[in-house]
Design a protein around this ligand. Sequence first.
Ligand code: AMP
Ligand code: MG
Length: 395
Amino acid sequence: MMEVNQALEQVLGTVNRLPACGVPLLGALGNVAARDVLASVALPGFDNSAMDGYAVRAEDAARGAILSCVGEQAAGVRNVGLSLGKGEAVRIFTGGQIPVGADAVVMQEDVRLHDGGARVEVADDVELGQFIRRRGSDLCPGQVILRSGDVVNAARIGLLASQGRVQVDVVSDPVVAVLTTGNELVSPGVRLAEGQLYNSNAPMLEALVRAEGIAGVSASHCRDDKLDTVTCLKRLTTEADVVIVSGGVSVGDHDWVKPALEEVGLPPVFWRVRMKPGKPFLFAHGNVGGRERWVFGLPGNPVSSFVTFLLLVRPALRALRGLSLASDVVGVVTERLDNAGDRPLYVRGQYSHGSFAPVGLQRSDALFSLSLSDGLVRVEPGEVIPPGSKKAILM
Ligand code: AMP
Ligand code: MG
C-alpha cells in the first residue's frame, strides 16, 4: 500500500500543464496565462485631469490670482485645439484631455467663481503638474503586463481590456468526466425503492470540479456490471482528459472498475493508499487513441470520495491547468484528536478564525457531518493531538 505523499508524487509525476488555447477575456478568469503579453496602449493614453476643476498655467495661478475662463474640456470630448494663454484657465472634468499650454489643474473646490464662471479666482497654492495624469505614467507600450504562469484575475482581465484585447492565451482546462457506479443508486428527482439511495457523489464530484473553475465537466452512471463499466470507460476515456470514477474500486464481487480499466488499456498505476478514509483509491494513466488520459478511482463512500478528491485529484487538476497546489493553513486544534488505527486519519472539522474543531461522525459514509466541515487535519497512527496544538489544516 502506498503512502499519501508517494501516491501524490506518482500522480503529479505524470502531469504537465496542458497546451495553450485562446479564450475570450472573461473565460480566462482563474486560468494561467500561457505566454507573456506586452502592452500596446499607454496608460493613461493621453495627459488628462485627475479632478473636476480648471486647467491652468501654474505660473499664472498664484493664490488670489484671477484667471479668465476660455473654454471647457470634458472627458470623451475631442480636444478641439483649446490652448491656454497667459492668465487663462479652461474648465475641465475628470478624464478630460489637458489643453495645450496648461501644466496644472486646480480642483473646483479651490476656486471662487466670478461673473457666473467667466472668471475664476484661485483660492489655494498651486504646484506645477498637480492633478495631471501624464500619458504612460502607469504603463508604457512594450512593458510586460502578463507573464506566462500568472493567474488571470479580475484586475488582469481589466488590464488586458485596457489594451483593447478581446482574448488571451491560457493553459487549457482539462475536459473532465465523472462516472458513478452502483446498482443501488438512483438519480435525485425520482422515487426511492427499498434498498436504494440517491446518487449524491455525481453532483458532489461535479461541484468539486466546478469549484476549481473547470466548466467542462459532466456526469454519467453505470451499473455494477463488467460490460457496462467497460463500455462507459471506453466512451469517457475517448471524450475526456480526466475521468473521475466513484465506487466499484474495492475488492467486492461487484467492483468492476479495475478489470474494466485493464480491458480499456489503462491498467492502474497504483491501487490502495494508506489513509482513512479512502484506502481503495486507484490511479490509471496512459494513452487512449493517441491522447493522454488520467483516471482516478475514488471509493464510493461519500466522505472517502471527497477526501481523496481533495488530496489526490485536485492537485492533479491544478497541475494540468498550470496552477500551483493549494497551500494548507495552520490552525489551533480545539479538541483532543487521536488515531488508534493503523492508517493516517483525516479528521473533518470546522475551521474558523484560526481554530479547528472536529465535527460530527467521523465515518466514511457520514455525509451530513462532512457538510458541516470545511477542513481536514491529518492524524498519524498512534498519534495523540492535545487541545491547543497547532496543526496544518487542509481546506
Ligand atoms: P463502493 O465503493 O462502490 O463499494 O461503495 C461504498 C459505499 O458508498 C456503498 O455504501 C455505496 O452505496 C456508497 N456509494 C457509492 N457510490 C455512491 C454515490 N454515487 N452516491 C452515494 N453513495 C454512494
Ligand atoms: Mg459500489
